[in-house]
Ligand binder design. Structure first.
Ligand SMILES: Cc1cc2nc3c(=O)[nH]c(=O)nc-3n(C[C@H](O)[C@H](O)[C@H](O)COP(=O)(O)OP(=O)(O)OC[C@H]3O[C@@H](n4cnc5c(N)ncnc54)[C@H](O)[C@@H]3O)c2cc1C
Length: 360
């Protein structure tokens, strides 16, 4: 199933395939954009990853584990890059006050690395323990858009969780802004999203956020929302985050924990659990489900300086390739890309770019 991110964020799984289209191809009244060249011969890799999805949203809470304090920070669905700094900030606010001595972080995806950095910034020594390191994490697969997507269902969350979400989003939003540049592989892009109502999450997010009509874009659509946001080239971003942890004296140990009793053997008295989907088995959280997403990555096209999301799926242009995706398959555990679904992603994007009314 192909999903557009906006309809999912408000709890609907509906496709936008019924979007109204307008007239034949014409150069009049059309603001051009370059087309993505979608062709199977341009595919450089395909991947499938499992989003750690909970209908009721991520978990940030503290509990006792024997004589240790354990702070959970997992279940970010399709928004783990987006919310990484923010939920890690909430988690460290729960865990660090009153603590002295070294700290353990379980997990070396984007959430574990952000938590480790905040622990270091607060002056504590940190060791990351993780079964797998980048590039072998779900975080490496992420498209890298800063936007809350496929993260919760509106009918399953509480006001208290919503308040956590907005605080996390706000902290992340500010934190990513000061990381823009080549070292972390983060840049701003205008994003065109099929739809006619802009979502506003924070007073200043997303910026621009306006409904456009046909003279303002080349798509064969009646309207589209444009907002601006940041995009991370996730491989580069995570590499740099690991360097940051190490430069600040952090240690990284490859280790898998089978049960909470394994965690109890660690020397650290404060432990942050950032194991993503691993928390299902490790802590028996059966509300946590895999939501598989598949991507086809095309040869880079540096002239593409906009992102798109809608009924065709999504397109995020990155230095390491054009990322085409947008599928969401709940409770699918297989991380092998399915050739049929990949062909479907390519076909829907090809139709979309072929339908441009004018091109740059
Ligand atoms: C196709 C796709 C596209 C996406 N696009 C975006 C996007 O554009 N924007 C966005 O914000 N998000 C996106 N996401 C979501 C994002 O990838 C996840 O929310 C995020 O990676 C979760 O990060 P994490 O650190 O919690 O988990 P992970 O990256 O999975 O890291 C978990 C860590 O915990 C370790 N671990 C797990 N279990 C154990 C154990 N028992 N013992 C020891 N270690 C353990 C793992 O080895 C790993 O190091 C996308 C996801 C997919 C699949």
């Amino acid at each position: 199933m192909l999903l557009d991110r906006r309809s999912f964020a408000v709890g609907s799984a509906a496709l936008l395939s019924g979007c109204a289209t307008v007239g034949p191809r014409t150069l009049a009244g059309c603001t051009p954009l370059p087309r993505v060249d979608v062709d199977p011969s341009r595919v450089i890799r395909t991947v499938a990853g499992l989003r750690p999805y909970r209908r009721s949203g991520f978990v940030v809470r503290a509990e006792a584990l024997g004589d240790k304090r354990l702070v959970h920070n997992y279940g970010h669905g399709g928004a783990g890059i987006t919310l990484s700094w923010g939920t890690s900030k909430l988690a460290t606010e729960l865990g660090l006050p009153g603590h002295s001595g070294p700290v353990a972080v379980l997990g070396s995806g984007v959430v574990g690395l952000s938590t480790a950095r905040l622990v270091q910034e607060a002056g504590f020594p940190v060791t990351i323990y993780a079964a797998a390191l980048p590039p072998d994490t779900t975080s490496n697969i992420a498209g890298g858009q800063f936007h809350p997507f496929a993260l919760y269902r509106e009918d399953s969350i509480t006001p208290a969780w919503k308040a956590q979400f907005l605080r996390a989003l706000e902290y992340s939003w500010r934190r990513f802004q000061i990381m823009v540049g080549d070292d972390y592989g983060i840049r701003w892009l205008p994003t065109y999203d099929e739809g006619d109502t802009p979502d506003l999450y924070l007073p200043d997010y997303p910026p621009i956020n306006q409904v456009l009509s046909p003279p303002q874009f080349p798509f064969a659509l009646a309207h589209a929302v444009r907002y601006d946001t940041m995009y991370a080239e996730t491989g580069r971003y995570l590499r740099q985050m690991i360097r940051d942890v190490e430069v600040a004296g952090g240690k990284i140990e490859v280790r898998r924990f089978a049960t909470p009793a394994d965690i109890a053997t660690l020397p650290e008295r404060l432990v942050f659990n950032c194991t993503g989907l691993g928390s299902r088995e490790l802590f028996g959280d059966m509300d946590l489900h895999p939501a598989r997403g598949q991507l086809a990555i095309l040869l880079p096209q540096p002239e593409i300086r906009y992102a798109y999301m809608g009924s065709a799926g999504y397109m995020f242009p990155r230095a390491d390739g054009i990322v085409l995706g947008g599928t969401f398959e709940l409770d699918e555990w297989d991380t092998t890309p399915d050739p049929k679904m990949i062909a479907g992603i390519l076909a829907s994007h090809k139709r979309f770019y072929d339908s441009f009314r004018c091109t740059a």
